[in-house]
Every structure is written in structure tokens, then in C-alpha cells.
Write a protein that binds this ligand. Sequence first.
Ligand SMILES: Cc1ncc(COP(=O)(O)O)c(C=O)c1O
Length: 456
Amino acid sequence: MYYNSLIETIGNTPLVKLNSVNQGIKGTLLVKVEYFNPGHSIKDRIAVKMIEDAEKQGKLKPGGTIIEGTSGNTGMGLALVAIARGYKCIFTLSDKQSQEKIDILRAMGVEVIVCPTNVAPDDPRSYYSVAKKLTNEIPNSFYPNQYDNTSNLDAHYESTGPEIWDQTEGKVTHLVAGVGTGGTICGAAKYLKEQNSNVISVGIDSYGSIFKKYKETGNFDENEIYPYLTEGIGEDILPKNVDFDLIDTFIKVTDKDAAVMTRRLAREEGLFVGWSSGSAVHGALEYARGNLNEGDIMVIILPDHGTRYLAKVYNDNWMKDHGFLESMDFATAKDIIESKNGQGELFTIEKSMKVGEVITLLNKEGISQVPVIDNDNFVGSVTDTKLLHELIGNPDLKDKAVEEVMDDPLPFVALDNTLDVLSSLIDHDNQALLVRDQHKKIHIITQHDLLMAMAK
Ligand SMILES: Cc1ncc(COP(=O)(O)O)c(C=O)c1O
């Protein structure tokens, strides 16, 4: 079995249950993982539909040029379709887009023009205006215009919506998606609401965008518009693909909340997704807390892959510079041992030491766990609570060597491991961690040390 071209592999992306970030929330939360598309985003779906419709309508002829103002993902989809069908591509991007997105498009043979973000859409320098101007100047060129071209909405009506319906066997009760052009949520919601008019659609908007206020008041309030960082969602225009009747309610999500959730999706769910996926899940959880019941099935669209955001939300320094990571999240094993100022010297005991002597030593030093060594090798560990339990069951153990009752050695961690990683390693079985400093000296980090670091 093989495909005739990459284009045939677009769509039919998996639906996956969330298991961690949704703790405490009723109902089933499923995510539609759109990075399984060949261009690693949901926009492959609209690219192929917009080009096919343009060909059918005679707007795009062989050898033509595709021109688009795109946040990168649509560009990637269009580039794939253009390569398969022999078209040239020129794309305009705003300068807030990640360098990775620009580099990827250039790798695909696209001519990329970077335009300023902080100018009005009708300013001749904006990426909308530059794309329109080029279309007027270049013969046999086609401007798909994902904002106002309703082939975008149709693509989701024909593929995303039916897939969700089939994958949930018609049981979906809620749909959540970020709103940029509006194509995803409106196309999918249109299909789902036609199957079951009770399906509720929740649009995710950014702070700095006009959608939510417009839905709630009917006012195009320019005061709502200001620069923000999340890529792909929110707008300062009303695209034709946003049909407000198909979006039941909007939730706004901050850049920070979205970024933090994006990182949690990677670490807790293994979903290495883009920033707007964090917005969608953060907003979905906020909505779900007050509104979802047992038995409800919420489908959340995750539009793209994490690689394009490596230099941003997945970069600790970038997160810290933007105030998105609290300093306590950022403390490392090195910070913790330095903050102890040489106090808490590492005690070790030889494996032949008698259990009774170990208990006396732990009491005298006021420590509750200690590594066991055999000629400088860490071979085990013991805690006072474990020794107490063992002794109550068998008082004769007092005169036995500690190696007979010891647990596994404490794990070693790297000096640059951050607090969140360290705390995930401390549990019932490992009540402390070991770390070797730059001078090869070994230190112990206990649960108490982590609590002290967090309290700072
Ligand atoms: C990363 C990302 N997320 C979400 C969206 C929003 O989807 P739609 O344009 O279908 O509303 C886009 C669209 O540009 C996007 O690129």
C-alpha cells in the first residue's frame, strides 16, 4: 500500500485522551493531534482544499504563483501542495513569527517576505497589504486568502468535522478550538451541529484580539486590540471564515497561561505541540471546570507541532525573560546546594555498620535518611522510618549489618536539573537525591531542601 503523493496523507489525524493535565475535571477530554499531517499542522487541510477549488474555478492555472499572508503553517501546507502540482510560492509573514517557521518555508523553496507586526492591517507595509499588492503585480498569481476564502471553512466541514463525529461515534458534546481565520472551529462546528444541534462550540481567543468582545457586544472595539505573542489565534480583523453564530462562546487565554500549558502538555502527556495548543487546552479546562458533566465528551483541536516553538515556549531562558517562568520553577540542583552554604555535610555509612549503631547515628545527627557505601561506591540507602518498621517486626536486626535491610541507592541528578524535575524524582521510594558538584563533591538534596527552595 502506498500513497501517490504526500497530499493523500493529509487528514485522518488521531484523537487522544488527556490523562494528566485534566486532573479533577469531569467528562472525557480528547485532543485531535493535527501535527500528524505531513506539514505538521491542521493547515494542510485547508491548503489542499483552497488550491483544488481555485483550480476548479479557473483561478489557478498550470505554472502559476501562489501568494499568501500566512503565520507559517498555512504556508507549509500550501508549499506541499504547490510542490505536488508544480506551482511557485511567495509568502508574506509578520515579524513576530518564529524564525523556525521562516526557515522551514525557505527550505521548501518558498520566497518569504517578512513584514512589520505593529502596523494596521490596511497599512501598505502590513503582511496583508504586501500579499495583495504582489497578487495585483504578478501575472497568473493566486491569493488563497485563508481569512476570507470560505474553502478554508469548507475543508473543515468536509474533513475535520466528520472525522470527529466518526471517531467519537457521534458522542462528542463539546468542540474547543483556537480562532484565527475561524475556519477550523466554524467548519467543524457547522458539521457537528448539523449532526447534533446540542454540540457546544467554544472558541479560544487571545488577549489583544477583538473576537470575544465582538461576539458578546456586536462592537468592533479597537481598544481590545494590542500586540500579543501567541501565534495563530486571535485577530484585529473580522475574517469571513468567522461565523459568530457557529461559535457559542469565547474564552480568552493569556500568552503566559498558554505557554505554561504548552510545556505541561509535552512533559505530562508527551504531546510536543505548538503554543496555540496550550491556549486551546488551558481555555478548554477553564470552560470544563464549570460546565462539563460526567459522560460529556469534549474534543480539543491541537493545531501544530512543537518544533516551531523550540526557541520560544520550550526555551527556559526565553520563558524567564518574558516572565512566564517563576524563579522558583527555575532553581536548579546547583542553586539548592549553594543556598545550603556548606551546611548539611553528606553523611554516609558503611554497609557493614550495625543497624543499632545506624539508628544512634541518625538520631545524633538529626537526619532521617543516609546513603550506604561500600568502599566509596553508593550501594544502598536507609531511612529512619524504614529501620523503625523493620525493628518492630524483628528486634534481633539491631545487631545485623545494615546491608541486610537497606533500600536501593539514592538516584544521582544533574547539577542543572530544575526544581520541577527534582520534585518529580522525590517520592515514597526515593526520599532524597544525590548530586555531584563541579568539584566532584557529593551533596544530598532532601524533600525538606526542595520545600525550602520553593518557599523562597
Ligand atoms: C498554530 C495555529 N493555531 C491555531 C490557528 C487557528 O485556526 P483557524 O485559522 O482555523 O481559526 C492557526 C491558524 O492560523 C494556527 O496557525
